[in-house]
Write a protein that binds this ligand. Structure first.
Ligand code: KIV
Ligand code: ZN
Length: 387
């Protein structure tokens, strides 16, 4: 599961931390364990289990995940504060492969208005925190919060300093979803060539979806050498959410002609995982959500249905089975055509229909569908039987 190949992209799932920061979501330790076990079964490399200092229940949730996961790295989130690091170390005690994820803001805006700290003080604190975390854990990630609105030279300086202090992964978050793909890709490429010790750490990205570009930004970063992507199931997370794991994984897989990067995710587990997270968080998945929405493999229009019945590649770039859906769904409605209508009836009953009878039933079905009614297959078969 670990990333040994040059082109392997580490999938860092933060459903249980950033995902849980979605307004209104609170996962119990038991919920976290169930989700973490599914993430592990799906091949997620790193599971960010939570932010232990934030509450007693959260610390218990991280500990419970740490105890139950065997293969994936289990990660705890921490500010660059002693109390946070202590809480993370404590919560990760039972983890077989622990990681501490430290963060501090690096943009002028955040440093001045939120932290009230000068850049040099932020840099010193980051270096101190990484060294402190490394006393307890060999695997330490550092995130430069609001990196995409940070001064580039300062971002290089702090990245170089934390790598020197022992950070094994450096994460470049687009905290407020401000980035656009070509600029974000270029930022990752430039950082990797400018920071003198860049080869001593994995470059990671963490993109938010405020402008709907989280997945595109993550993919642009991979094209420019990022080798860890932080993401969540169903794209849940702060505000408009994070890059969706299912989108990142399926984009890299489906467009392997353009990216030589691979992940260890067993994609046929994605559908189940999506439903589990929706159920445990209470956050429904939009019907048209890429990869996991209930319409992602559904077709109603006659032209599309006809094409699909002839060759599924006409209107599907992935198979539903590859992401754990059971078969392509033909939805019968006002846009459907004869070909799909016959297939719909015939596939179920394997009866041969009288042509006239079938045409009459089709007309009647279309008239009802036009009024927004949806007769069931059994009802339609009843008309056909009666002639
Ligand atoms: O969005 C963000 O910046 C984060 C952390 C990685 C700091 O969630
Ligand atoms: Zn975030």
């Amino acid at each position: 599961m670990s990333t040994v190949q040059q082109n392997a992209v580490t999938i860092f799932d933060t459903t249980l931390r950033d995902g849980e920061q979605s307004p209104g979501v609170a996962l119990s330790p038991a919920d976290k364990v169930v989700i973490a076990q599914q993430l592990e079964a799906m091949g997620v490399d790193v599971i960010e289990a939570g932010f232990p200092i934030s509450s007693t229940g959260e610390a218990a949730g991280v500990s419970a995940v740490a105890k139950s996961v065997r293969e994936s790295v289990v990660c705890a989130f921490a500010r660059a504060h002693q109390a946070d690091i202590t809480a993370a170390v404590q919560a990760l005690k039972k983890a077989i492969r622990p990681r501490i994820h430290l963060f501090i803001a690096t943009s002028e805006l955040h440093m001045r208005h939120k932290l009230n700290m000068a850049p040099d003080a932020v840099l010193d604190r980051a270096v101190w925190a990484v060294k402190e975390a490394r006393r307890w854990c060999d695997d330490v990630e550092f995130s430069a919060e609001d990196a995409t609105r940070s001064d580039f030279d300062f971002l290089c300086r702090i990245t170089e300093a934390v790598i020197k202090a022992g950070a094994t992964t450096v994460n470049i978050p687009d905290t407020v979803g401000y980035a656009i793909p070509d600029q974000f890709g270029a930022l990752i490429g430039r950082l990797r060539t400018t920071v003198s010790n860049a080869d001593q750490a994995i470059f990671s990205v963490h993109c938010h979806d405020d402008l709907g570009m989280a997945t595109a930004n993550s993919i642009a970063a991979v094209a420019n050498g990022a080798r860890q992507v932080e993401c969540t199931i169903n794209g849940i997370g702060e505000r408009a959410g994070n890059a969706a794991l299912e989108e990142v994984v399926m984009a890299l897989r489906t467009r392997s002609d353009s990216f030589s990067a691979t992940t260890a995710i067993k994609s046929d587990q994605i559908g189940f995982c999506s439903q589990l997270v929706a159920q445990r968080t209470g956050m429904d998945v939009a019907a048209n959500k890429a990869v996991v929405g209930r319409n992602a493999f559904a077709h109603e229009s006659g032209i599309h249905q006809d094409g699909l019945l002839k060759n599924s590649n006409t209107y599907e770039i992935m198979t539903p089975e590859s992401v754990g859906w059971q078969g392509t769904r033909m939805v019968m409605g006002k846009h459907s055509g004869r070909r799909a209508f016959q297939d719909w009836l015939g596939r179920m009953e394997s009866v041969s229909f009288d042509e006239m009878c079938l045409e009459g039933a089709f007309e009647r079905f279309k008239a009802m569908a036009d009024q927004g009614m949806h007769p069931t297959r059994d009802e339609v078969l009843g008309w056909v039987d009666r002639g």
